[in-house]
Write a protein that binds this ligand. Structure first.
Ligand SMILES: [Cu+2]
Length: 127
């Protein structure tokens, strides 16, 4: 009961319901990610809050080279239910919570047509 209460209280102020969770806001504006480089500690849940300020849809796809190649070729157009593949409709907000067990350097890219070429790319560093 005590834990549930703590979670509810945390949720009211917009934080994730997890111990020591970090919140990182990622703005999608003018078809760019701000910030374009995100550094997070390993072993700690991180809640990423995506705010799309553009009048067009965007997405945030995190992964290794193979993941991005699949999205580039269009063989995985749908990514519902994946915590590391988030569609963010125009002028809306979405969030996801991830945790990483080991140091890593992963690209995140918007794979909607033309967006990667325009520069809608970034990098997540797990330290
Ligand atoms: Cu985009």
């Amino acid at each position: 009961m005590r834990l549930l209460f703590a979670c509810a209280a945390l949720t009211m102020v917009g934080a994730a319901c997890a111990p020591s969770a970090q919140v990182v806001e990622v703005l999608m504006r003018h078809s760019k990610f701000e910030p374009a480089v995100i550094s997070v500690p390993r072993g700690v849940p991180v809640t990423l809050v995506f705010k799309n300020a553009d009048p067009i849809d965007h997405e945030w796809i995190l992964g290794d080279a193979a993941v991005h190649e699949r999205h580039r070729s269009g063989t995985e157009p749908v990514h519902e239910g994946r915590a590391d593949e988030i569609g963010v409709p125009a002028l809306s907000e979405r969030s996801t919570t991830l945790a990483f067990g080991a140091p890593a350097s992963l690209a995140f890219i918007c794979h909607l047509p033309g967006h990667e070429r325009y520069g809608m790319v970034g990098r997540l560093e797990v330290r």
